[in-house]
Ligand binder design. Structure first.
Ligand code: PEP
Ligand code: MG
Length: 902
């Protein structure tokens, strides 16, 4: 007995052994098949080979020890359950071999159906199907085709050409017109193609077919398109796929059979009802491939009322069980309904909000859960504009609104051309009859996708929705001719490069460019919708969830704004102050000349003159912003950017001077300017004379700004508003820098504010790694810290902010050195560690030290969660991202702290 206890690692689970929480191990499909089996729904029997087996296989190129035996044992129970044997010549059991990773990757990996058919069992299958020879030979030719393409890399077109030839010989374009004899002939042709490419006969041994198909599914995890899809969707590369081996049921046994896809709510809008597509007398892949046009699911009621009613009952059961929108694949085999797959369905951004709101109303979930189920990326999508349509624009075609949004662009017909034109900065619309997984690159590059075939569940629709890309599918008035690079519609011909506009909500297609209008969600945030009387389901859901996010979040949300108009807009979007007012923007435009005078001044008088001229201008800037932000804190950062941004470009100036000299013109002034610009030229201006360094080098510059801030605050306060200025010193690396600036600033402030009641705080940015590492010292001199994560990322990594993203980030992303640019989402391990250290040491030195972040990361969903975890007081981001940050700050509480700790 003792020896027996060293059992093999368990690599295979019967459906009855799994459940929906085992997605890591069984993949989404396998876990949900197990869950449905345990709910008692009619799932064809089968088993799942785990992702661990896949990972072991991919690591060594060999099936792990014990796997073959476990498969044999489970296959044998499957055979007993079905009362048939795999590939039995009289009464064969056939199985499908399907991929299924933890996260759904539609169409990216492989499936092989009808495994177990061979020259002998095809006869048994026909007998089993009541002498339906046509069905049996059609199933066999599908196996050879799928197996050849997937397992043995036989070029798929060869099979398609052979099928076309068979149809041509028969004088038809419809597969269904091919009879049993034609299909038997096709099987012969397919076998020849198979042996020509593989140098061997099509395998007749069923277990060999099964093992090879399982290997092929394992390997498809690393297929190019799967790798690309994972990168796009940020799915980790090391998860592996599970493999489901399932007893085949057939939707192509005649008119009383069929296959379909159903959604428990509309995945486009979230509306309640019955949504889906059905295709009679077909196998599952026909629906997803969009090869034949489907009928709406409701029509099944007429075709097969019993199955339809049963399906609706199962859908209701699943929704109640999963407490969410479910999508379902089913097959009807001669009037018997089989559930082939379910999962919590992908949905558009609008549907995500609407459904979360509905489920709260229905008492299925609470508001915390509703908040958890939506996200900032979805909210950002809803803030995109839509088409502005008036009588000038008539649609030329109407397809299915497969993925919402509005997109205009140049028509392209191939994925390669889409990538090429997009690379040149063009907006493109990819137009195809239908897309397939090889079009993924082109879909990523396009603004929108338009197809003439396929329904809401076609490849184009599913993938576009997942990417949040506008898509119109099944616009069958379009005659698409890919080789000729044109399509015709409504008597007009559209060729490559012409502009079209597509509306992914209504499915309408327009020729030319249609102007766009803002989203209703933005209008709601702008305050033009009365929250008490919202008749739009989406806006109502957004209002409700945002209200809950605001009540839940601990982080405050401020905005980065440098003008009164931006400040006002951000305030309407919910900003609770300004976290960064970049004053350098106030020095550009027609004030540039004054700044030039200041920087190039050779005497104190020249410099003081320029400063005196700038003072009232700056004061007016700040007054406007303080008024807009009445009662809320406003962090004004003293001037920061590199010097070269204020001076004329060196090369240009040198050329101008040389040309003028050549012409014999008087260039004394320009020469002096050129000499000064040369003197101040820096090889590395980002790391040069900027920020606090500039303030310490040019006497009076910071003093002028501090005075302008304090005077503006006093003026605004006297006018009855509440100004709460916070002066922020940029690029500090040592406490001594801050102390020097602070000593001078405090004197000016004391002199200006006197008894006005205005309080001015003085703090610093933490954006130089040394500042983060000496935060304890710096906190002694700072009333607040604001993390400048743009510079902190630049200096922690040694990446030039302005250069690296274009220069080599693509390669770093490709190699997986990072999954996303560290300028976009905070690098938790490195830059994040500096933030953590500074927050902890700063607060240890000065309890209650106010902490915020004003780098771009302040509006990035993942980074907001990190800043919540680290315990910052606020994030600050651009006005448009304020609602996203509010939502994510609420979600961070639920996801980080758990709902009980509030
Ligand atoms: C930062 O560095 O993160 C920051 C907010 O400052 P700026 O982007 O202006 O350098
Ligand atoms: Mg900075």
């Amino acid at each position: 007995m003792a020896a027996q206890e060293t059992v093999d690692h368990k690599y295979v689970y019967d459906f009855a052994e799994g459940n929906m929480d085992l997605k890591d191990l069984l993949g989404g499909k396998g876990a949900n098949l197990a869950e449905m089996t345990n709910l008692g729904l009619p799932v064809p029997p089968g088993f799942t080979i785990t992702t661990e087996a896949c990972k072991a296989y991919l690591a060594t190129g060999e099936e792990p020890d014990g796997l073959a035996g476990q498969i044999a044992a489970h296959l044998s129970s499957l055979e007993s359950a079905m009362g048939k044997r795999l590939g039995d010549p009289q009464d064969p059991l056939l199985v499908s071999v399907r991929s299924g990773a933890k996260f759904s990757m539609p169409g990216m990996m492989e499936t092989v159906l009808n495994v177990g058919l061979n020259d002998r069992s095809v006869v048994g299958l026909s007998a089993q199907a009541g002498g339906n020879d046509r069905f049996a030979w059609d199933s066999y030719r599908r196996l050879i085709q799928m197996f050849g393409k997937t397992v043995c890399e036989v070029p798929g077109e060869e099979f398609e050409h052979a099928l076309d030839d068979a149809k041509r010989a028969k004088g038809t374009t419809n597969d269904l017109d091919l009879d049993a004899e034609d299909l038997r002939g096709l099987v012969d042709s397919y076998k020849k193609i198979f042996s020509k490419h593989t140098g061997r006969e099509f395998p007749q041994e069923p277990r060999e077919q099964l093992d090879l198909a399982i290997r092929a599914v394992f390997e498809s995890w690393n297929a190019d398109r799967a790798v690309l899809y994972r990168r796009q969707e940020r799915i980790p590369a090391d998860l592996g796929t599970a493999v489901n081996v399932v007893a085949m049921v057939f939707g192509n046994l005649g008119p009383d059979s069929g296959t379909g896809v159903a959604f428990t709510r509309d995945p486009g809008s979230g509306a309640q009802g019955i949504y889906g597509d059905y295709l009679a007398n077909a196998q599952g892949e026909d629906v997803v491939a969009g090869i034949r046009n489907t009928v709406p699911l409701q029509e099944l009621e007429q075709l097969d009322k019993k199955s339809y009613d049963q399906l609706l009952a199962f859908m209701a059961r699943l929704e109640e069980h999963y407490k969410d929108l479910c999508d379902i694949e089913f097959t009807i085999e001669r009037g018997k309904l089989w559930m082939l797959q379910t999962r919590v369905g992908k949905r558009t951004a609008a549907a995500a909000f609407v459904i979360a709101g509905q489920l709260v109303d229905e008492g299925l979930i609470d508001l915390d859960e509703a908040l958890h189920r939506v996200n900032g990326a979805q909210l950002a999508q809803l803030m995109f504009p839509r088409f502005q349509l008036d009588h000038e624009f008539q649609p030329v075609a109407k397809g299915i609104g497969a993925s919402p949004g509005a997109a205009s662009g140049k028509v392209v017909f191939t994925s390669a051309r889409a990538v090429e034109l997009a690379g040149e900065g063009e907006s493109v619309i990819l137009v195809r009859r239908e897309t397939n997984p090889d079009d993924l690159n082109g879909m990523i590059a396009s603004k929108g996708i338009l197809t003439s075939r396929g329904g809401k569940t076609s490849h184009a629709a599913v993938v576009a929705r997942g990417m949040g890309k506008t898509c119109v599918s099944g616009a069958d008035e379009l005659e698409v001719n890919v080789p000729a690079k044109k399509f015709t519609v409504a008597g007009q011909t559209v060729t490559e490069g012409d502009i079209v506009s597509i509306d992914g909500t209504t499915g309408k297609v327009y020729l030319g460019e249609v102007p766009v209008m803002p989203s209703e969600v933005v209008q709601y945030f702008e305050g033009s919708v009365d929250p008490e009387h919202i008749d739009n389901a989406l806006v109502r859901a957004v209002h409700r969830i945002m209200t809950h996010a605001d009540a839940t979040r601990r982080l405050a949300v401020r905005t980065n704004a440098d003008t009164g108009a931006d400040a006002a807009r951000a305030r309407r979007f919910g900003a609770e102050g300004i976290g960064l007012c970049r004053t350098e923007h106030m020095f550009l435009g027609d004030r540039r000349e004054l700044v030039e005078r200041l920087i190039l001044a050779r005497t104190d008088d020249e410099r003081d003159g320029a400063l005196a001229a700038l003072l009232p201008l700056q004061r007016a800037d700040f007054e406007e912003i303080f008024r807009e932000m009445d009662g809320l804190p406003v962090t004004v950062r003293l001037i920061d950017p590199p010097l070269h941004e204020f001076l004329p470009p060196l090369e240009q100036l040198a050329v101008n001077v040389a040309v003028a000299q050549e012409r014999g013109e008087d260039v004394a002034k320009e020469e002096a300017l050129l000499a000064a610009v040369r003197r101040m030229h820096e090889e590395n201006p980002m790391l040069g004379l900027r920020g606090v360094r500039l303030g310490l080098v040019i006497p009076g510059l910071f003093a002028m700004q501090v005075r302008a801030i304090a005077e503006a605050a006093v003026t605004v306060a006297r006018g009855g508003a509440v100004a709460k200025p916070e002066i922020m010193v940029p690029l500090v690396g040592a406490v001594q820098e801050l102390e020097t600036v602070r000593a001078e600033a405090e004197k000016i402030i004391a002199e200006v504010v006197r008894d006005s009641g205005v309080e001015v705080l003085i703090g610093t940015m933490i954006e130089v790694p040394r500042a983060a590492l000496t935060a304890g010292q710096i906190a002694e001199a700072a009333q607040f810290f604001s993390f400048g994560t743009n510079d902190l990322t630049q200096m922690a990594w040694g990446f030039s902010r302005d250069d690296v993203e274009g220069a080599f980030f693509w390669r770093y992303l490709e190699l997986g050195i990072f999954g996303i640019s560290p300028f976009e989402s905070i690098d938790r391990d490195g830059v994040g560690r500096l933030v953590r250290i500074a927050a902890e040491e700063g607060r240890a030195a000065r309890p209650g030290l106010k902490l915020g972040v004003c780098g771009e990361h302040g509006g990035d969903p993942d980074s907001v969660h990190f800043f919540h975890e680290v315990g910052l007081d606020y994030v600050s981001c651009s006005p448009f991202r304020v609602p996203v940050a509010r939502l994510e700050a609420g979600r961070a509480v639920i996801e980080t702290d758990g709902s009980d700790s509030r």
